[in-house]
Design a protein around this ligand. Sequence first.
Ligand code: AMP
Length: 418
Amino acid sequence: MQTIRGFRDILPEHISLWQKVEKEAKDLFEAFGFKEIRIPIIEKTHLFARSIGEVTDIVEKEMYTFADRKGDKLTLRPEATASIVRSYIQHKMYAADPVRKFFMIGPMFRRERPQKGRYRQFYQIDAEVFGIESAYIDSQMIFLLNELFKRLGLTGLSAHINSLGCPDCRPDFQKALLDFLESKKDRLCENCLRRMDKNPLRIIDCKATDCQEALQDAPATLDYLCNECEDHFATVKTTLEHQGVDFIVDKSLVRGLDYYTRTAWEIQTTALGAQSAVAGGGRYDGLVKELGGPQTPGIGFAIGFDRLVEVMEQIDKTPQIPGLDLFIVSLGDAAMEKGYHWSCELNQAGIRTEIDFRAKSMKALMKRANKFNAQYVLIAGENELTQNAIILRNMNTKEQVLLAVETLVPELIKILKK
Ligand code: AMP
């Protein structure tokens, strides 16, 4: 039996970086006032089609969609924003206080062609903020991402930012784009030609080389921003500059989802070849209303957890499972019984203790203690029990002390918790 294509196990020897990232992210989110939310892995297909957009790569080609036994069309979530917006509306969270900040960490599913840094089940660290119109929150989201990557020791990342405008200025841009595309029609792929009627903005995302070349001088949203959008973007940029966050204004960044308005950004790395985006985000001021809630601004980002860990693995090539505090070598039935109880009590006290229940030789058990990288080894054989002198050996200094059975556990806790 094998995992299905694009799906993978993350084995214990790789988990330490995942846990490190999770811990740093949670600490940082909490300091910035974000609360954790957990949302279902499956939603009605309609939710994603409506929010991400019918004419997008994700909805057209990549979703895992199926009919359940009653024929309802369901989809494994390809991203988190839609579900969090659904939750915000469903629980009328806006009524008590429209300003809410959430984060979630979990798997997403997209049926893309698997390659390094691209999987069909992948993990995202996601953050969303509702109810804040001010451009300061846009800067703060980018600042937060930057701070997290800094804490994780990542360098060589660049923040690409753009403004996609709003429903007031988008139509002018769309018209200019359509006029331009009309003149390049013979060079566009079939997919793009089909999108010209339905969703011309998505043509800018097309990965086909011919289309990319044809689009080199295409009009940019930045040249068509209304005054409000321009002011908003200017504040984002100056705030980031004041905070010392490096960024590049990237006119061609449009992101692959329909709901974005105004600020959009991506954090890119050169470390992963073609899959250069480690995080992406943007503002979505129309989405809450589009999905049936009151007009509420929103903004969010998603970090590609798998990619982030891959970049970190390139820096820290020796992720390790932490060693044991204590390995118990029990020789003989009586010592095994005692050893079993000691190990449970020590585990209860938070001390990483292992015992091998198989009857094995001293030599074999010491070998095992070394394999686990144990700091201390407790040696209990028949002799040690009769003499009431159990041996505790410090594996680094090779020093040994003798411990009495009656006070063994509290003594060990004292020594090992130092
Ligand atoms: P998106 O929701 O497409 O903006 O994606 C946000 C981030 O998730 C990207 O910047 C990637 O780092 C990551 N990501 C997206 N798709 C995949 C995938 N198929 N495999 C691994 N990571 C992904």
